[in-house]
Design a protein around this ligand. Structure first.
Ligand SMILES: [Zn+2]
Length: 397
């Protein structure tokens, strides 16, 4: 445990009365923007992302946000009045919190801590807080203009959000020597999912998304590399990760579709699918068998914990769309520990299009009409997801 060096920042009585209506003046490369505070918890707070105006990098962490500002790293946790920075722990009167996917920092941080720590760039005067960044700092912060400079609408709009094209990363499962499941008629999972992924990429690109594929040919890309590529492609834009697979069991009568998000498997069947889809690790590390303990370790250290709920939502949207055309039963939204989803710092799901081990579904999976309907369903789910989850990316990068 760290040593707690506490500094109590007490509000002088005069400032406390002004705290009712503080405004935040944000100045950067564009027009200055005046922001009103949020009062979700009864006290004034501003979104953490406003610190980007100071050239800060703001990233979501497992329990809060990490702010890298002037070579210092600050850690905030939702629900805690404590934060760390400069090798110390500080205390605010009110806790930081997350609301509607946005991480908020108490006004006190902006009004007292920042002006004290960065007197040349943060000031508080006449009941008004000013954050100033030079154009160079704003550019270093990731190329985003300050809030309001690019986004129309109220100043509470996330910075430059409208101008940021969402990225959809499509991950065709398996490939190369890893064939995935092979159907009774000889159809290989790795080929079907690649074909579906190519079709999906075309449709999503037509709908205006930036589309990336972890593989475009019959090659084997290591599982861990896939999420890493996805993170690099997404950068600080809204994005999501779709891993495309076909299911398989020894009982050839089993049919249907299911969508997984990354979490601890709860049932034997969920564990079975995770083991099947994680088996590719054997091609990367031949001596290694990934057991339950490895997955427990990974799941206990999930980096994309922040996105679990959104991933669950996305999985539900995919299942809803599939019910409209799929002849097999809806096997529901499921959860399990998939190596390919670990480390994808964005909403991520694994879609099992159908059972390639079932002769009827094998034929469907190999047909262009089924593939096209599956692609339309997934694209519709993606559309609906981005329409309803835009606040996800406000507090994270
Ligand atoms: Zn698979």
């Amino acid at each position: 445990m760290m040593r707690w060096a506490l500094l109590l920042l007490l509000l002088p009585a005069g400032l406390a009365s002004q705290a009712a209506e503080p405004a935040l003046q944000v100045e950067g490369v564009g027009e200055p923007v005046s922001m009103s505070p949020a009062f979700h918890r009864g006290y004034a707070a501003f979104p953490a992302w406003t610190l980007r105006t100071l050239g800060a990098r703001v990233e979501a962490t497992r329990r809060g946000v990490e702010v890298v500002l002037a070579a210092d790293t600050l850690h905030f946790e939702a629900g805690s009045p404590f934060f760390t920075g400069s090798g110390r722990t500080w205390q605010l009167v009110e806790p930081a919190y997350r609301e509607g996917g946005v991480f908020y920092l108490p006004w006190q941080l902006f009004a007292h801590w920042l002006p004290t720590t960065f007197p040349d760039r943060v000031s508080f005067a006449d009941g008004r807080l000013s954050l100033r960044a030079t154009a160079r700092e704003a550019a270093l912060a990731g190329g985003d203009p300050p809030p309001g400079a690019a986004a129309a609408g109220p100043p509470q709009e996330p910075l430059g959000h409208a101008a940021r094209v969402p990225v959809v990363v499509i991950d065709p499962g398996h490939g190369g020597e890893d064939t995935g499941r092979v159907g009774p008629g000889g159809l290989k999972e790795k080929d079907v999912v690649l074909e579906v992924s190519h079709r999906l990429a075309r449709v999503l690109a037509e709908r205006g998304y930036e589309v990336r594929m972890t593989r475009t040919t019959d090659t084997l890309v290591p599982l861990s590399r896939r999420a890493k590529m996805a993170n690099e492609w997404r950068g600080n834009r809204p994005g999501l990760f779709l891993s495309i697979h076909a299911n398989g069991v020894s009982n050839q009568r089993v049919r249907g579709f299911e969508t997984f998000f990354l979490s601890e498997a709860r049932t034997e069947d969920e564990r079975r699918v995770a083991e099947m889809e994680n088996a590719a690790i054997a091609y990367e590390m031949p001596d290694r068998v990934v057991g339950t303990e490895d997955l427990d370790f990974i799941l206990n250290n999930l980096r994309n914990d922040y996105y679990v709920r959104a991933s669950h939502t996305l999985a539900g949207l995919v299942q809803d769309q599939f019910t409209m055309f799929h002849s097999g039963p809806n096997r529901g939204v499921k959860q399990a520990g998939f190596l390919v989803l670990v480390g994808a710092f964005m909403p991520a799901v694994l879609i099992e299009l159908g059972f390639i081990s079932n002769p009827v579904e094998e034929r469907l999976l190999g047909s262009a009409s089924f593939q096209n309907r599956a692609v339309q369903a997934i694209a519709d789910a993606v559309d609906r997801f981005f329409k309803t989850q835009s606040d996800l990316w406000d507090a994270s990068t």
